[in-house]
Structure formats: C-alpha cells, structure tokens
Design a protein around this ligand. Structure first.
Ligand SMILES: [Zn+2]
Length: 92
C-alpha cells in the first residue's frame, strides 16, 4: 500500500530559522548533498550565505528522522480507517 508520507519525500527541515525567521529549507538539499560529498560544513554554510549562528545551527543540528520514524508508523495499515489515527478501541 502506498505510504502518503513517503510520497512527499524527505522533508521536515523547518522552513524558517526558529530564531530569526530566515528561510532555510530551500538550502537544505544543497547543504546535505555537499556535506555528504565530504565538504566541510563551515565551507558549505559560508558559501550558502548563512552568517548568523542561529541559522547555521538549524542546518548543522538537523537530523532527518522521518524515514526512521516511518518504520514504526501504522499509517499504511490504518489508512482510510480513522484518518491515520491509531485505533484504540480494543486496547486494554
Ligand atoms: Zn537565524
């Protein structure tokens, strides 16, 4: 069964910096790609124009948990039954 969360791809980086409100989500893919390629986070953040440390921590400290979270999700099984809500009617 198709998982509706999986279809939207990896996201869940906050759209804006929590502290100053700068839009950061549009830079996440490039940051991740370049970091995974071995570039230092400092170089990538500098070249992407992140000067404030509030924004830099948003990208550095972000952990993409959505894929791991989905391993424990019942969304696929309960899709269409309770709108994704867990059925607790027979819970003890
Ligand atoms: Zn910021």
């Amino acid at each position: 069964m198709r998982n509706p969360l999986k279809a939207s791809g990896p996201l869940i980086i906050p759209v804006r910096c929590f502290t100053c409100g700068k839009v950061i989500a549009d830079k996440w893919e490039e940051f991740k790609r370049r970091f995974d390629a071995g570039e230092s986070p400092k170089e990538v953040l500098d070249s992407l124009g992140f000067q404030r440390y509030c924004c830099r921590r948003m990208l550095i400290s972000h952990v993409e948990l959505v894929d791991e979270l989905l391993l424990y999700s019942k969304v696929g099984e309960e899709e269409g039954l309770n709108g994704g809500q867990k059925d607790r009617s027979n819970a003890k």
